[in-house]
Design a protein around this ligand. Structure first.
Ligand code: 16G
Ligand code: ZN
Length: 550
């Protein structure tokens, strides 16, 4: 019937190029942008089916390859809560993308629809919001996604335009919560909650001009564009955007952006000696990663880096402080706010950060690499703070905690002058400011700036919270990276069975040595990470373990 015809039609319009094999990894599908149309079209079909399955709730499609080179592109699907698509659907996603011909595709869809009880071809509707970043292949791939969505009867596609990845996730989440979900609603929420954070600064703390100046490396991607749009409304901050993506400023992610700065630890393109001593931030190409840096001398281009671990530490300190003010003695009003606070990291977290956080008495847990794992774990707490060292992370608050916080704020509002009330209001503002759906460089940046002003901290104060242990990352090309299997949140190798023993033996030779290996989820390599008390030792540990992997 009509539904079958449409699927066969669309599949024949986007024949699979020979030799392509897609797997739906941590970043969805990703490849050379010019080869992606069939996979993106099929992701469109998949997203529409997902919405049908979930009672017509809105789902999202983001077309981006994040921090990867400009020629790459990718596609991933956001679930109705704004998080990553449920992992249970990943195998079907891959099968769909790899279906060799229209008939195979049709059979696959029909079988899956039957197995999952998806109301296809009936009178149900589906809704898919689409966003893309600034890549040249974006528009062409968007069209492929639209054709995929429209091949499902009852499906409606809504193109939200060129967006940061976290904006689209936020829109999907908001839409399903019945909150206004346009881009201007997103901006309004950011701007208003940031203003409220600044209004709640302790009164005795005056402004300092240097503290307001911030230079942001936009990676020549979408984040800088969006920041330019709102920066005039961010009073209390003086933002300069470099690598903003304008004509002539440079190429997306090339020698700039959060991934470059975090891995290379040097200044991005467009920064120079005149920036020494100024606080700088760097976003990645789709603005879901954030790191900070500062040049300490004009004689070389090395930077002091504040990575995801240290952003996490700042957020944890701030939130803990507000909870302590609310719950501790000395308050005029006897109200409390019990909250389980959890910190989620991956094996890439610098050992010094973990030690610092545990030293504060905080509960720190580990998950494998990939936002879907961290986010899920963080949701187990009243307040969950997660970050990858690469700068992707956020803070999530449980519904229950937010409603307790709301009622506490109401109870305290008659005591508007007291510190307990202010702390509760600061937490409220933070729940509004930080993106609850996914890591968001723009909202993260504003929360960082508000906290630095609250604490009256310079970049240096923040950076000195603890000293990172020297570390080294290496990539090893192997015949089959899937032959390495890890366990314990990727900290240990379970297969091949002899490898972990070798790693342990090498690691024992170094002071504060720590080392792990894992197959990459985005590249055809095995990654080696080593940490030790000196750079020379970290380098040497990484090298000798890499040798065992080869
Ligand atoms: C993806 C992940 C990122 C992770 C990276 C690891 C998401 C949205 N992104 O970019 O969190 O750090 O993969 O890459 O989950 P790797 O497996 O190649 O080391
Ligand atoms: Zn990204």
């Amino acid at each position: 019937q009509e539904q079958r015809r449409r699927l066969l039609d669309v599949a024949s319009r986007f024949p699979l190029p020979t030799g392509c094999r897609f797997s739906y990894g941590t970043a969805g599908f990703r490849a050379d942008g010019a080869t992606m149309a069939p996979a993106v079209c099929r992701a469109g079909i998949l997203a529409a089916l997902r919405s049908l399955k979930l009672a017509s709730a809105a789902v999202g499609i983001v077309i981006t390859a994040s921090h990867n080179p400009i020629g790459d592109n990718g596609v991933k699907i956001a679930d109705p809560d704004g998080g990553m698509m449920d992992q249970q659907w990943e195998p079907f996603a891959a099968a769909l993308a790899n279906a060799p011909d229209p008939d195979a595709l049709l059979q696959l869809v029909l079988q899956f629809v039957k197995d999952e009880g998806i109301p296809l071809g009936g009178h149900h509707t589906a809704q898919v919001l689409l966003g893309r970043d600034t890549r040249p292949t974006g528009e062409y791939l968007l069209d492929a996604a639209l054709q995929g969505i429209n091949a499902i009867l009852g499906a409606q596609a809504i193109d939200m335009g060129i967006l940061t990845t976290p904006q689209l996730h936020w829109m999907v989440r908001s839409k399903n919560k019945g909150i206004k979900a346009s881009e201007s609603d997103y901006f309004t929420q950011l701007i208003n909650s940031f203003r409220r954070m600044l209004e709640l600064l302790p009164k005795d703390k005056g402004g300092d001009e240097l503290a307001k100046k911030l230079i942001v490396d936009g990676a020549n991607g979408i984040g800088g564009v969006k920041l330019e749009q709102i920066k005039a409304e961010l009073s209390g901050l003086d933002i300069i955007v470099r690598n903003s993506g304008k004509e002539g400023e440079g190429i997306l992610n090339h020698l700039c952006g959060a991934d470059f700065v975090q891995k290379e630890r040097v200044t991005p393109h467009g920064f120079g000696p005149e920036d020494v001593g100024v606080r700088c931030a760097s976003l990645d190409g789709d603005a879901d990663r954030l790191v900070y840096f500062q040049m300490s001398s004009s004689s070389d281009n090395k930077v002091d880096l504040v990575d995801g671990d240290k952003i996490l530490s700042l957020f944890a300190l701030f939130i803990r402080e507000q909870l302590d003010v609310i719950n501790n003695n000395g308050n005029q009003v006897d109200k409390s706010l019990p909250a389980r606070l959890g910190i989620v990291q991956t094996a890439y977290a610098n050992g010094a950060s973990t030690q610092f956080l545990k030293g504060l008495g905080l509960e720190v847990v580990f998950t494998p690499t990939g936002v879907k794992y961290l986010h899920k774990k963080a949701l187990e707490y009243d307040i969950g703070i997660y970050f990858e060292a690469n700068g992707h992370g956020t803070v999530v608050f449980s519904e229950d905690f937010i409603s307790q916080l709301e009622s506490l704020s109401n109870d305290l509002s008659s005591q508007a002058a007291n510190s307990q009330y202010h702390a509760a209001m600061r937490l409220m503002a933070a729940t509004q400011l930080i993106n609850q759906a996914v890591g968001d460089a723009l909202s993260g940046l504003l929360l960082v700036e508000a906290i630095l002003q609250y604490k009256r901290w310079s970049f240096q104060n923040w950076c000195e919270l603890y000293s990172d242990l020297p570390s080294r990352q290496l990539k090893v090309k192997v015949v089959d990276r899937s032959s390495i299997v890890t366990t314990d949140a990727e900290t240990k190798v379970s297969q091949p069975s002899s490898l972990q023993e070798l790693i342990d033996k090498e690691t024992a030779n170094y002071t504060q040595g720590r080392c792990f290996v894992r197959p990459s989820g985005t590249e055809d390599v095995v990654r080696v990470y080593a940490e030790a008390s000196t750079q020379v030792e970290a380098d040497s540990l990484a090298k000798s373990v890499a040798h065992h992997v080869e």
